[in-house]
Design a protein around this ligand. Structure first.
Ligand code: KG4
Ligand code: ZN
Length: 349
């Protein structure tokens, strides 16, 4: 079964053809980073306009690179949420148009579920049935959550961030350190030449139940807004470029360490009852996070599963791949055309 997937939830315009949920025949990602860089973050109006401009060509390229014809497609899958409403709408409109033109089912996909599924792409040895149940740590620019995966489609949200996502903490920190956008890769790189013990930043561990955590255990929740404020005050006291206390590489290493320690500590708690931990999303590319998670997993005899780096940041292969497993719950085309975007779509709540 060949499924064409579209992903436009944030600032990547992506299309991909995946066969039988695993075999990625093509995965095209047009990244808009250069257009958002001057603003230090994603500008929703620009993102949605760029999706409109680039989605048709990205789809054409994905189908042509897949080596199969339009008639060989069995379904169209699209990210329904969560994400920026104006960006999601472009992908959904494109997917509906294709579904009507090709007379094929339209399957809506949860972006977070897609990220979790990314570990199975191009990896025939990893079988969902034998891996489950496992803990998934979704760490990206827009999300940070700890999810127990009982089966594909059966999730239990253990915890999440109460404010900024881990990727957002990297992006905002890099902005303060004037390292550019996106901040994750920039801090990752600068930190390699810095000391993690140069400055002490707060670990964002939530200790008490609070109103922002309905039904969640604070043991599995994190907060990154205090960390960012703490870096801001450090820079106010020691302006960048003013002397040894303002060394950017050292600050990057210490700041990164606080994010990584927070995530690893929570992941350690959340994985107490499982033997497998999967880490997905853009922040899972972070070198220090990988190192410390591998160390923790080794000590705890946990199996650590990471996605192929190509599928860590936003892509459409994870959407098309997951849709294969949603085939049985597809709706008749007419009915599926009533589908709407869901910018706040949750998972396992
Ligand atoms: O998964 P993704 O493409 O977007 C969302 O679904 O939100 O992740 C993008 C995020 C950005 O915040 C970026 O700074 C971060 O992933 N990121 C990293 C690294 N590479 C990308 N964060 C830390 N270290 C990295 N090496
Ligand atoms: Zn994402």
């Amino acid at each position: 079964m060949n499924i064409l997937g579209l992903e436009t939830s944030c600032d990547e315009t992506a299309a991909s053809v995946v066969r039988d949920g695993r075999d990625v025949l093509s995965s095209i990602v047009y990244t808009q980073i250069a257009h958002h860089r001057p603003y230090g973050g994603v500008v929703p109006e620009i993102a949605s306009r760029m999706h409109v401009e680039h989605l048709p060509a990205v789809i054409e390229e994905a189908v042509s690179a897949s080596g199969i014809g339009w008639d060989d497609l069995d379904a169209i899958a699209v990210t329904q949420g969560p994400g920026l409403a104006s960006s999601l709408l472009v992908g959904l409109a494109g997917a509906k148009a294709l579904a009507i033109r090709l007379n094929k089912p339209l399957i809506g996909i949860n972006h977070l579920e897609g990220h979790i599924y990314s570990i199975f792409l191009d990896n025939l040895e990893l079988l969902p049935a034998s891996l489950c149940p496992f803990l998934a740590l979704v760490v990206s620019g827009g999300h940070t959550c700890f999810i127990q995966v009982n089966a594909i489609g059966d999730y239990h949200l253990l915890g999440r961030t109460v404010d900024d996502a881990a990727g957002e903490a990297f992006d905002k920190g890099a902005n303060l350190l004037k390292l550019g956008y996106p901040g994750g890769p920039a801090i990752d790189k600068a930190a390699r030449n810095g000391s993690t013990e140069f400055a002490t930043f707060p670990r964002g561990l939530i200790r008490k139940v609070n109103a922002r955590l309905p039904g969640l255990n604070p043991k599995y929740c994190v907060s990154f807004s205090g960390l960012k404020t703490s870096l801001l005050y450090h820079i106010k006291d020691h302006p960048l470029g003013s002397g040894p206390d303002a060394d950017v590489n050292n600050l990057a290493a210490s700041y990164q360490e606080a994010i990584v320690d927070t995530l690893v500590q929570r992941a350690s708690h959340a994985s107490e009852t499982t033997r497998v931990m999967a880490v997905v999303g853009g922040v899972s590319l972070n070198r220090r996070l990988r190192e410390k998670l591998a160390d923790m997993a080794g000590k705890r005899r946990l199996k650590l599963v990471l996605a192929n780096p190509r599928y860590c940041t936003d892509n459409a292969a994870m959407i098309a791949g997951l849709a294969f497993h949603k085939w049985n719950s597809r709706l008749p085309l007419e009915e599926s055309l009533n589908m709407d975007v869901d910018p706040n779509m949750g998972i396992g709540e």
